[in-house]
Ligand binder design. Structure first.
Ligand SMILES: N[C@@H](CCC(=O)N[C@@H](CS)C(=O)NCC(=O)O)C(=O)O
Length: 239
């Protein structure tokens, strides 16, 4: 019998990971199918209006519905499954949604950072990311009493920033770009997220190798840094 929920995924996609983290936190069983986004299968193109992952396929009696856009998937899971990951208070919930939007803006900035074509663009994108994280640091300073975004308990904002910080585990192995320097609350949050089971299990064990290979093949300034690093320290080649 097929699972009621299927998360149509990609090995590296941070938007997929936030849905996988929510499902794991709620203890909801689901099946996961990875698609090759560089050669999208016809069945995927047929059910994904934007051609993007994640999709959540929901078995509904004999029928099957498809939900697209990670934010919508997260909200659907909040409405249909136990163990809420959003705060009960509407104002606090709205603030959480705002910081989730900011997390998506950071993911776009991370994409611009690793795709930057030359050093000037790369440094510009590093600065821009550093300023975005300074905003997050200031927000964290207003919160107390636990390791998570809202102190305690773990929330959807944590599910969104776990995959954001995961990029930095790989960036840190490539070089010291200083983006998170001088941001102790972010460092502590990142550390706590890196130890959370749902966050760790949202990707396969070969994620670091896959991300490194993806960044190396990008043809960007960062790809060149990786190439030079591999020449200087051959053991870094497979990261
Ligand atoms: N706004 C979307 C973003 C999802 C997204 O950008 N997915 C990427 C992979 S991480 C994708 O499927 N890209 C394929 C494409 O654009 O062709 C969401 O939150 O679900």
């Amino acid at each position: 019998m097929t699972a009621r929920l299927t998360l149509v995924s990609h090995h590296l996609c941070p938007y997929v990971q936030r849905a996988a983290i929510s499902l794991a936190e709620k203890g909801v069983p689901f099946e996961r199918i990875n698609v090759d986004l560089s050669d999208k299968p016809d069945w995927f193109k047929a059910i994904s209006p934007l051609g993007k992952v994640p999709l959540l396929r929901v078995r509904h009696g004999n029928a099957q519905e498809v939900i697209f856009e990670s934010a919508v998937i997260l909200e659907f899971l909040e409405e249909t499954e136990d163990d809420p990951l959003h705060p009960a208070d509407p104002l606090e919930r709205a603030r959480h949604r705002s910081w989730i939007e900011f997390g998506s803006a950071i993911l776009n900035a991370i994409g611009r950072f690793y795709s930057a074509a030359d050093e000037a663009a790369f440094l510009r994108e590093s600065r821009s990311l550093s300023e975005m994280f300074a905003r997050v640091e200031a927000e964290l300073a207003t919160r107390r009493g636990g390791p998570w975004f809202a102190g305690d308990p773990f929330s959807l904002v944590d599910a969104v920033y776990g995959p954001v910080f995961r990029y930095f585990d790989t960036f840190d192995r490539i070089g010291d770009f200083g983006i998170l320097d001088g941001k102790p609350l972010i460092q502590a949050w990142r550390d706590a997220l890196s130890k959370r089971r749902s966050v760790n299990e949202a990707v396969s064990p070969d994620y670091p190798r896959r991300l490194h290979a993806f960044l190396r093949a990008k043809g960007s300034y960062l790809s060149e840094v990786i190439r030079l690093q591999a020449i200087a320290t051959p053991q870094a080649r497979s990261a």
